[in-house]
Design a protein around this ligand. Structure first.
Ligand code: SF4
Length: 343
């Protein structure tokens, strides 16, 4: 059985033809998917025979809400259970510009970042495009909102699940799909250099690229993110310069400030030197402490001083608003607590 939500519209047209149906049926089915129905029986403009054929070859329901936490600030964190029993997290956030969904793209993650709860889950598998898209559809249904922004900052490394993430982005962006503009879709990577280059060469969609940098010094970055042993900061920055040159798009560098590790004014000066002349923005993140984590959040005073120092040096930097800190907002924390509850 195949997940009917895994297909782009043109792929679904080919699928329908392959089971002996007319191509135009795909548009009808696609419209029902994005009207968020849970069963083929609800597709009332299809014949009984076609509905039967769909049931025999495909499934439509691919996740359910296993748990949900609501923050005082309106942020809602969902724990979704997939058909195979694995769990992932997605977050709904409300901003002045509308609703944003933070989605997962893998069950667990291979990258092993030291500050991340997802790394502690261990890698299980990558999600399909349909499982990614379904997170947004389910959030819209549960919260009765229209999502206008999607960020790939949940569990998993999106560029390690490149094909499925790209297919999901096409479906999210498609006017007949979720119809969310590419400029409202962001991919966050820990810095998989060959994939950044591939994205630069192929990204016809103009979505946003964010790099989890967290330090401008190799020694410190390696201590926080093992991937830095494979791709040094210089290699990541060179790939970013190539991306900017090819796409003319601004890159966001994410920098989680950790007390006594990467938050001195000297660190700010070093970072400003590294990013000098680049079309970029630095997003400073007050780190979310994870259970058993070794890192402590920098003080607000230090965070603001770091931001001001970067701005003084000509690097545009802002501090990310903390959302959902009362509901374990760092990705992977809810899955971890679910696993521990089930031990
Ligand atoms: S921060 Fe991202 S890349 Fe690193 S372990 Fe967590 S999910 Fe994976």
């Amino acid at each position: 059985m195949k997940n009917i939500k895994d297909f782009t519209l043109s792929e679904l047209e080919d699928e329908l033809v392959s089971i002996g149906e007319k191509k135009y049926r795909a548009k009808q089915i696609y419209a029902w998917i994005f009207r968020n129905v849970d069963s083929f029986d609800e597709m009332t403009d299809l014949s009984k025979e076609l509905i039967q054929k769909l049931k025999e070859n495909y499934y439509i329901k691919n996740l359910e809400v296993a748990n949900l936490l609501k923050s005082k600030d309106g942020t809602i964190k969902y724990l979704f259970r997939l058909n195979d029993g694995n769990c992932i997290e997605s977050v709904l956030m409300q901003y002045k510009f509308g609703y944003s969904a933070c989605v997962s793209n893998q069950v667990g993650c291979k990258m092993g970042c030291n500050f991340c709860a997802s790394a502690r889950i261990g890698f299980v598998r990558s999600l399909t495009a349909g499982e990614i898209v379904s997170q947004i559809l389910e959030i819209q249904k549960q919260a009765d909102v229209k999502i206008s922004n999607v960020v790939f900052m949940g569990i998993g490394e999106p560029l390690d699940n490149y094909e499925n993430v790209m297919r999901a982005i096409h479906i999210i962006n498609d006017p007949k799909g979720l119809n969310i503009g590419a400029r409202h879709i962001s991919i966050s990577t820990c810095g998989l250099v060959p994939k950044i280059i591939q994205l630069a060469d192929e990204n016809d969609l103009q979505c946003n690229l964010c790099i989890s940098l967290h330090s401008s010094r190799d020694e410190v970055r390696t201590s926080m993110m093992p991937i830095n042993k494979k791709y040094s900061i210089k290699e990541v920055i060179d790939a970013c310069r190539y991306y900017i040159e090819k796409t003319n798009r601004r890159i966001t560098f994410e920098y989680a400030l950790v007390d006594g590790v990467n938050d001195s004014l000297d660190d700010a000066d070093h970072l400003a030197k590294l990013l000098k002349g680049m079309l970029c923005h630095v997003n400073l993140i007050p780190i979310n402490k994870i259970k058993d984590g070794i890192y402590e959040k920098s003080s607000t005073k230090k965070i603001l001083a770091f931001r001001d120092r970067l701005n003084d040096k000509g690097i545009v930097a802002t501090v990310r608003r903390e959302l959902g800190s009362d509901i374990s907002a760092a990705c992977g924390q809810l899955v971890r607590s679910e696993k521990q509850d089930n031990l």
